[in-house]
Design a protein. Sequence first.
Length: 288
Amino acid sequence: MKTKFLILTLLLSTATFLVQCRVRPPVMEGNVENAKMEVAKKDSIPEKKDPIVEKKAPIPEKKDSAEVSGKGQAETVVPQGEPHKGFVYVSNIIPDLVVDLRYFTTNNFMGMKVDGYEANVAILSKAAAVALSKAADELREKGYVIKVYDAYRPQKAVDHFVRWAKTDDQRNKQDYYPNLAKANLFPTYIARKSGHSRGSTIDMTICYKNTGEEVDMGGHFDYFGPPSHPSFTGKYPGGEVTQQHKQNRMMLRDVMVRHGFKPYDNEWWHFTLKNEPYPSTYFVFPVK
């Protein structure tokens, strides 16, 4: 009996010892260790992100120059600086100026490009350009912008007019001088010494600021005859000047007079600075 008790006691002690000394299975230890390594590995490798695509400004759509200007005229890059001492490019002072130099084209009374015009840029004496900018400010408030047909005119161009007058070329007679003999255009409408060559005279009209459309004056630039007189009303070959047309002409005239220009009684589009800086000098440098 005693012996059985001793054997039972010994077996219980051995079982207790084994329970206390038991070690986790190798597989379990391996799983834990692997989990720790995976966490460490994840922390050491930076998270992969999508590549950054640099945002670029959209390329503007290329438009026709006439569409860009919004005025139906070919866009002209205005040179910087002075075209001649004491003269300026008018568009550098009046940015919304519309320039349509008719003598740079064939759309004129001669039907040909005129000598001395090498670019579609308006040039004036600085004094005339500054005065014109003040007129432009008032007109802009009324809803208009200035359109230039001619500004500074080199003497070379005037000489071309004189030579043309001695030829038989009358290709544009019907549109510009239907009731006048070509020889009689001098000196009333075309002078052998033009005020334009002194640099302070401008031929102009106005356009609606919002549309770029010319204001209807009842007659076009360089129509030689009474219908171009600012105060004229009535019918004439090819058209009619109504009271509304006369009011448009007079409105333009009044604005220009307020800002130091004197009008010409034979042409509603023609204005000369009263205090022009070069009253006796006729310049010869080209329009370019």
